[in-house]
Design a binder for this molecule. Structure first.
Ligand code: NOJ
Length: 747
């Protein structure tokens, strides 16, 4: 412990200590005290005597002027002048918005993801923000859940890599203090928030400890190992106990086992929600359970502020827990250098002009968008388009700037390049007709969006008139580009859907245009894998654009015209139908596999009305080129604990376009003390090759890559046989071989 911080801690009264653990929004500090007491304080249920100038941190104030105002006022009026911490949800960009996280992971380019995170952090730093509630590393297998957009997808290795690169990008790699241009990272949501039953937001999570440890925890662990200063708890119950009040989860597992020693913050109001969960009887008990579970900061409730004093009174153990929690908050402030400079990072608007949303930042956003977009289908090499082709651009996303996704709180649609603007950089206006074609979503779906209805585009004209205009435009064009998608408000937090398809008016438009016999390029904007089975059938080319960020229109246009060769690979499986959900590539072996040679044999793990295979598998994504792979060498068939199996793969670009391919290595542990998945992504390499060029990639399998969580919950490897599959998606792995692993002492 640092003596200076201990001294600060010891100087605080109990009320002042508790204040450090309270997080409020900015409105608690604006206006005179009377209005604060009768307004925000009253609304939250804070005791009228609560001194807001004891508060330790502020949520989602993201404006430099306001931050300066609040900090100045606070330092003037608070007793000990311990600076406020400003925390905000800057998830995939501050002003320069990058593609949504699920899209970013589809780049499989973790250096680029780190760079994006460092740009976001730098823009936050300049604005005076100290902590971002990012990365979210919740592994997710169910696209009905709206927050898949914020997740790294279904795979544990990708989640680990995403976690690490995000933390390095946001915080840097220095051990303790956070350097210039960096801010603190908060990994969330601990734990397993990505697995709510039936994909319904905030629903219970019920999973075995084995599943938790093997697939869900490694992402959080990677962020902690990379130095994440904060962790946020999850809203959900985990195996019957709310994560926010779960002592085993947050103390035994997170702090003791996973070695997290930073600040643990609750999710929004989650401490108070312990009551609604039926876990705490009242606010006093919620405070006690929260503190006992190790929650350092109570986000936006009155529970700690009103209750903690009584709760700890006369209880030395709880008093000690309070001191520990406050110490960690002070330590974070010290690591950020706030005691030396409470206005760290803040730049004048003039200084910001060359730093925020700079050309370099936009370039990085565009390049990551280009790598995140996934080409799903390209019949008869319809794409890339030639500059001479006459295009009808149709659909609600043709000229739409509302493509940043739900968490771009500082993103400005006015900065956004839409598809039409992007296309016009490649062609003359006379070659392009543009129309909306259909409503974005049907009226009944609008109503379901509640307060977001007002943010949706106003539809003008009847659906029939829009359709007729689209048909007319399509008839006059050589190729139709159909820009479709779910509304950004249909995904994100609170955006669970039972039937995640394209909205019905858009499907109708697609069907009508298909009948014209024109070549159809469909571009899908979405925050999740939608069910695209019909869309695939009706389209000649299909592009998954996700929500591609500020530079999305330029990125897509570059892909459509072949300036960029698509290289994105799905980080999440696309189901064929809702009934298949959850469907993911690394499922466990069963006793009755569905073998092709058994035809429609009934008593196998299968459906009688649907195939098991998804529409598009994990790791899948097409290029304008073709790549051939062959095994050059495998160093050994038997591997000991200190040895490695070294593999060389030759990759040839046999197509006409230069491009990047991602070579994926999967493994299967044939027999183990717990059943292992049919395939697990173990490593991958990206290689850029010019047309006609051949190159090689190397892999090296070592003992630690064979480890898994055994039946006694310990991470271990076991001797035995392993099958290796190498290829360009989880279902396309033509290179296979096997090796056996032994421990030296066995020989
Ligand atoms: C609720 C969300 O679950 C969390 O991810 C976010 O950081 C907080 N609200 C703060 O806005």
């Amino acid at each position: 412990m640092h003596n200076k911080l201990l001294e600060k801690l010891n100087n605080l009264t109990v009320e002042e200590k508790i204040g450090q653990l309270v997080q409020l929004t900015g409105d608690f500090f604006e206006g005179d005290l009377d209005t604060v007491v009768t307004g925000p304080l009253k609304k939250l249920g804070l005791h009228p005597n609560y001194n807001v100038y004891n508060t330790g941190s502020i949520l989602n104030v993201t404006d430099a002027d306001k931050i300066i105002r609040l900090q100045t006022d606070y330092l003037e009026k608070s007793n000990h002048k311990i600076p406020l911490l400003f925390m905000a949800d800057i998830i995939y960009g501050f002003r320069t918005i990058f593609p949504i996280p699920l899209a970013q992971t589809c780049s499989w380019n973790f250096e680029a993801i780190e760079q994006a995170a460092s740009i976001s952090a730098r823009e936050c730093y300049d604005e005076g923000i100290h902590v971002t509630f990012s990365p979210m590393v919740d592994v997710v297998r169910d696209p009905r859940w709206g927050r898949v957009m914020e997740s790294p997808g279904e795979d544990t290795l990708l989640a680990k890599k995403y976690a690490e690169s995000m933390v390095y990008g946001i915080q840097g790699q220095e051990a303790e203090s956070i350097p210039t241009d960096k801010i603190a990272a908060c990994v969330k949501h601990f734990a397993a928030y990505g697995a709510p039953i039936a994909g319904r937001e905030y629903n219970a999570v019920d999973m075995s400890e084995h599943m938790l440890r093997e697939y869900y925890l490694p992402g959080y662990q990677a962020a902690i190992d990379a130095g994440a200063k904060l962790v946020m708890t999850a809203f959900n119950t985990l195996n019957g106990i709310p994560a926010t009040g779960n002592e085993w989860l947050n103390r035994d597992l997170l702090r003791e086992e996973m070695k997290f020693d930073g600040v643990l913050i609750s999710d929004y109001a989650a401490v108070e929600e312990l009551i609604m969960h039926g876990y705490a009887e009242n606010a006093t008990e919620a405070a006690k359970l929260g503190l006992a579970a190790g929650i350092d900061i109570d986000m936006k409730t009155a529970v700690y502020a009103n209750q903690l004093k009584n709760v700890i009174s006369g209880n030395e153990h709880l008093e000690q827990l309070l001191n520990d929690a406050v110490y960690r908050v002070l330590k974070l402030k010290s690591d950020l250098g706030l005691f030396e400079d409470p206005f760290r990072g803040l730049k004048t608007r003039q200084e910001q002009a060359t730093r925020i949303l700079s050309d370099a930042h936009k370039k990085a956003a565009q390049s990551l968008a280009e790598e995140s977009i996934v080409l799903l289908k390209n019949e008869k090499n319809l794409l890339p388009l030639s500059k001479q082709t006459k295009i009808a651009l149709i659909g609600p996303y043709s000229e739409e700037n509302s493509t940043l996704g739900m968490w771009a709180i500082k993103g400005d649609e006015a900065d956004t390049v839409n598809l039409k603007t992007g296309l016009l950089k490649h062609m003359g206006a006379e070659q392009l007709s543009v129309c909306r074609g259909s409503y974005l979503i049907p009226d009944h779906a609008r109503e379901a969006l509640g307060k977001y209805v007002d943010k949706l585009p106003v539809e003008t004209g009847s659906e029939e008139a829009l359709l007729q205009e689209a048909i007319q435009n399509a008839k006059e064009a050589d190729v139709v580009i159909l820009a479709l998608g779910e509304s950004i408000y249909q995904s994100g937090e609170g955006g669970s859907r039972t039937n995640p398809t394209l909205p019905e008016p858009q499907l109708k438009l697609l069907r009508e245009l298909k009948q014209l016999g024109k070549q159809l390029v469909v571009i899908v904007y979405s925050g999740r894998p939608l069910i695209l089975t019909e869309v695939t059938e009706q389209s000649d080319a299909l592009i998954q654009a996700w929500y591609p960020g500020t530079m999305g229109g330029d990125a897509l246009a570059n892909i459509l015209y072949g300036v960029v060769n698509p290289s994105g690979k799905l980080a999440m499986t696309f189901p064929r139908s809702v009934g298949q959900i959850p469907v993911y590539y690394n499922e466990l072996s069963t006793g009755r596999p569905d073998l092709p040679e058994n035809g429609s044999y009934r008593f196998a793990t299968r459906y009688i009305d649907e195939v098991n295979k998804p529409l598009y598998p994990f790791g899948y994504g097409k290029s304008y080129s073709t790549f051939d792979c062959s095994l050059v060498s495998v160093s050994r068939e038997e591997m000991g604990t200190e040895e490695s199996v070294d593999i060389e793969v030759s990759v040839s670009n046999t197509g006409k376009f230069d491009g990047k391919e991602t070579i994926q290595l999967y493994m299967r542990d044939r027999f183990a003390s717990v059943t292992r998945p049919v395939k697990m992504l173990t490593d991958f390499r990206q290689i850029f090759l010019q047309s006609g060029e051949t190159g090689t990639v190397q892999f090296s399998i070592r003992e630690e890559m064979l480890r898994f969580v055994g039946s006694h919950m310990k991470y271990q490897s076991e001797p035995g046989d392993f099958d290796v599959y190498i290829g360009t998606s989880s279902q396309d792995t033509p290179l296979t071989f096997s090796f056996s692993f032994h421990r030296e002492e066995q020989l």
